[in-house]
Design a protein around this ligand. Structure first.
Ligand SMILES: Nc1ncnc2c1ncn2[C@@H]1O[C@H](COP(=O)(O)OP(=O)(O)O)[C@@H](O)[C@H]1O
Ligand SMILES: [Mg+2]
Length: 255
């Protein structure tokens, strides 16, 4: 079972879009996948067709009340397993302040999941919030693999130092933490700046950069309103094909 966190401290860079559509594309390739929503905004949850406020159990129950991951898992209308999130997850930092194991609650829950599952997942994909809060820290302690979505704009380069620093700081808690891949999102090949930034990211990250660029594609923005991943909403759109290519690259990295 490979666990992958989708993280970037910047908001609006396509983390949730990548988490939902990478999961759906992996599932379409017959992989057994679980999507975990770790953002109190619950966008990944609603993006798979679930009503985030109607779930009996969510990640808040897992992290705050010790409910098991398997108990909180539901089958989403999108056709794969999801553990949802909603605003109940927002108070976690305050609630768990001072609890010594607060950063490894998810790791412990994941160990239990591995022990008890009958049909093991091939991949667990975690959608993180745009901040380095306790939830994101839990994700980056529960796995060694991070995928970082990046928008090719000037601020992406400015954010690189922050990002490296964050990973560096977290290796104190998880020495094996590393970037599995960086994926260019919301990409517009006609934009000169986007092409320049893309080249700079390539120079900086080298082989850690996925070859697939996710284009800016309005279908990708529309799909969540229908509670569908892009592959179910418009299978042959540019955005859908890009996420299927990305999934193939992710599978190729598997040991
Ligand atoms: N490739 C894309 N093309 C068009 N719109 C996109 C694309 N990726 C994301 N979006 C839209 O941009 C906004 C931010 O994306 P989102 O995935 O929610 O980012 P994050 O989770 O990093 O905050 C959303 O409205 C989303 O639908
Ligand atoms: Mg998000």
């Amino acid at each position: 079972m490979e666990i992958i966190a989708i993280a970037n401290q910047k908001g609006g860079v396509g983390k949730t879009t990548t988490a939902v559509n990478l999961t759906a594309s992996l599932a379409a390739k017959r992989k057994h996948v679980l999507l975990i929503d770790l953002d109190p905004q619950g966008n990944a949850t609603s993006g798979t067709g679930l009503d985030k406020n109607e779930l009996a159990l969510t990640m808040a129950d897992v992290l705050l009340d010790g409910v098991s991951l398997s108990a909180a898992t539901v089958r989403s209308p999108a056709g794969f397993d999801v553990i949802g999130a909603n605003r109940e997850l927002a108070g976690m930092d305050v609630t768990l302040m001072g609890q010594t194991d607060s950063h490894e609650l998810l790791k412990k829950a994941m160990t239990d999941l591995i022990a008890e599952q009958k049909k093991p997942y091939d991949y667990v994909i975690m959608d993180c919030a745009p901040s380095l809060n306790l939830l994101t820290i839990n994700a980056l302690v529960a796995t060694n693999d991070v995928i970082i979505p990046m928008q090719c704009e000037y601020y992406a380069l400015e954010g690189l130092a922050d990002l490296s620093q964050t990973i560096e700081r977290l290796t104190e808690l998880n020495p094996k933490l590393h970037i599995r891949g960086v994926v260019r999102t919301l990409f517009d090949a006609r934009n000169t700046l986007a092409r320049d930034v893309s080249a700079e990211l390539e120079a900086y990250f080298g082989d850690t950069m996925y070859k697939t660029h996710i284009p800016r594609n309005v279908r990708l923005a529309e799909a969540p309103a229908h509670g569908l991943p892009i592959i179910a909403y418009e299978r042959w759109s540019k955005g859908s094909r890009a996420y299927q290519k990305l999934a193939a690259e992710v599978i190729k990295q598997s040991r």
